[in-house]
Design a protein around this ligand. Structure first.
Ligand SMILES: [Zn+2]
Length: 454
């Protein structure tokens, strides 16, 4: 019979879908034996199957007829191994060559099967034709990312059709808290804060917090942000931070996101004062301050020399951001500085970036840059002992200490914008208070009541 072509299917099928198929095999056995073997393999046994098995031998005819009128399903999960193509896997699962070709062709309409990686699970659903007993691939599904999958289904005319399926999702708030023992990134990692959120936190606090020096053991953080999740609670994407707070040496600093009417999102303290300063003290993410501003023994020249900037150790290729809005003044190979960019800002300030491995896109003399735009990448060009960013802030053409310089005052919200901010802030505060550590809450729109929270 046709099933002989499908060795191994029954041994690894998933329990629920294969029960009906299993019945046909166990029916000839005395009912007690059948029950024992079934319940030991498939547990719990559904009631309808149970009653079917409990027919004594005189009832077998009836049972067989009942089974034969319904199409039988079997589901199998296979995992792609290193070096396997999709065709290999399908044919290895007993699907014949022509069906395999049809299925692969169908998938190509929505997804490049070459992008499937080893370790990827494929769920195969087979259906047995009640008349011919032929086993056909009815459906093939695989997940691309949480909430996104590809499904290939057999149509009535025997061809295959593929489509991408997006799972139903909803937005919810989530909050993480942590106590710092060594660094913010270590504590955030321990608490399970996504990397993207950690980076955003470092950016929003970098105007007020010197992450190299201000962080003490026992300091704490808390962050609330929005996520898109599937019905079964898996995270599809992480959206922006709503509230983040850091308590350093006992003094809290709580920041709120606020979206301006032009769509630009920025962060403000409780009074509606913008955290964004004219210039960033740290124009790079995740770097270590390796050398401060001032007199030091020069690592290459050997004698004491004034260090006119600060050095951040980071791997070659790490993006370097413009510290503030401005105009590119220099972009060239500049002696011992190697690949060098200088940006002119307002109020007589300029910032300079040296030893870059390469320049950012569209970084040309005379061009405008926005704060946090990539101006280049960490390297070790010029007089340098290893990959790092040498960063300078200049005031009226003289280098100043980036860690000490007082920047021009920040933006403060006023009038109706401030009123709108206060409304957003009180909603955020309420949600923040409702949420305990690592918990989630369904999205609440501004018009809804607190009772909408679960
Ligand atoms: Zn330096």
């Amino acid at each position: 019979m046709a099933k002989a072509l499908w060795p191994g299917i029954l041994s690894c099928v998933c329990a629920g879908a294969s029960l009906a198929a299993a019945v046909t095999l166990v029916l000839p056995l005395p009912s007690t034996t059948a029950k024992t073997s079934l319940s030991s393999i498939f547990s719990p046994t559904p009631a309808d199957l149970q009653s079917q098995i409990e027919h004594d031998l005189t009832g077998i005819q009836l049972a067989v007829r009942r089974v034969a009128t319904a199409a039988l399903n079997a589901t199998k999960t296979v995992t792609i191994k290193a070096g396997d193509t999709l065709s290999d896997v399908l044919q290895g699962s007993g699907i014949d060559r022509s069906v395999t070709l049809d299925v692969v062709e169908a998938i190509k309409q929505v997804y490049n099967p070459r992008r499937l990686q080893s370790g990827q699970d494929l769920t195969l659903n087979f259906i047995d034709d009640p008349k011919t007993e032929d086993r056909q691939l009815d459906e093939l599904t695989f997940e691309l990312s949480p909430g996104e999958s590809v499904a290939v289904a057999r149509t009535d005319d025997g061809t295959y059709n593929a489509r991408k399926i997006m799972a139903e999702t909803h937005r919810e708030m989530t909050r993480y808290d942590g106590t710092i023992s060594s660094s913010l990134s270590a504590a955030a990692g321990e608490a399970g804060v996504p990397q993207k959120i950690l980076n955003a936190m470092v950016n929003m606090f970098s105007f007020d917090v010197d992450f190299q020096r201000d962080i003490q053991k026992g300091d704490s953080f808390s962050v609330m942000f929005e996520q898109v999740v599937t019905k079964d609670g898996r995270v599809v994407s992480t959206e922006g931070i709503r509230v983040a707070s850091m308590t350093l040496s006992g003094s809290p600093l709580k920041l709120y996101s606020f979206k301006h009417s032009d769509g630009f999102v920025d962060f403000y303290n409780e009074k509606g004062e913008g955290v964004r300063k004219a210039l960033l003290r740290t124009p790079i993410n995740g770097a270590r301050l390796t050398s401060g501003f001032g007199m030091r023994q020069h690592p290459i020249l050997g004698y004491s020399k004034m260090h006119q900037g600060i050095d951040f150790g980071a791997p070659t290729g790490t993006p370097v951001f413009a510290a503030g809005d401005g105009v590119i003044e220099k972009r060239e190979v500049f002696g011992g500085y190697g690949n060098y960019v200088r940006v002119r800002h307002s109020s007589g300030y300029a910032t300079a970036y040296a030893h870059l491995s390469r320049f950012g896109q569209n970084i040309q003399v005379g061009k405008r840059v926005r704060q946090e735009q990539i101006i280049g990448y960490v390297g070790t060009t010029g007089r340098s002992t290893g990959p790092h960013l040498h960063y300078e802030i200049l005031r009226d053409n003289r280098q100043v200490n980036p860690m000490k310089v007082k920047f021009p005052s920040s933006l403060k919200l006023k009038g109706t914008t401030l009123a709108r901010f206060k409304e957003i802030r009180s909603i955020a505060d309420r949600q923040y208070a409702e949420l305990i550590q690592s918990s989630r809450v369904a999205m609440m729109m501004p018009s809804e009541e607190t009772s909408a929270l679960r």
